[in-house]
Unconditional design. Structure first.
Length: 115
């Protein structure tokens, strides 16, 4: 399995970005996929995830601002980020997990939110 993330950048507080992650190498629709982030000096944390049955989970700090979605036909994962705050600044990683096949990580994409 390979994951490739796109879409990071520099944005002002209150702005929006859309992250994308392209999946290859297995049957995408069977995986739970999600986004993690790691800010300097902090541990990597789960931001949002979506299961194969489209059940979504968000960390409290992003609820109402970030939306995770998936396109099983295109084998892509998305994170729409609105109302960005400086504390959202981090490197964002896409992640895929299957109970039998294991866990996979994409390379990070950096998001910087200026105040």
């Amino acid at each position: 399995v390979q994951l490739q993330a796109f879409g990071g950048g520099l944005v002002e507080a209150g702005g929006s970005l859309r992250l994308s992650c392209a999946f290859s190498g297995s049957i995408f629709r069977l995986y739970t996929v999600g986004w993690y982030r790691q800010a300097p000096g902090n541990q990597r944390e789960l931001v949002a995830s979506i299961t194969h049955s489209f059940r979504r989970n968000y960390v409290d700090s992003v609820k109402g601002r970030l939306t995770i979605s998936r396109d099983n036909t295109e084998k892509k994962l998305y994170l729409q980020m609105n109302g960005l705050k400086p504390e959202d600044t981090a490197v964002y990683y896409c992640h895929a997990n299957h109970i039998r096949d294991g866990t996979y990580w994409g390379q990070g994409t950096k998001v910087t939110v200026s105040s």
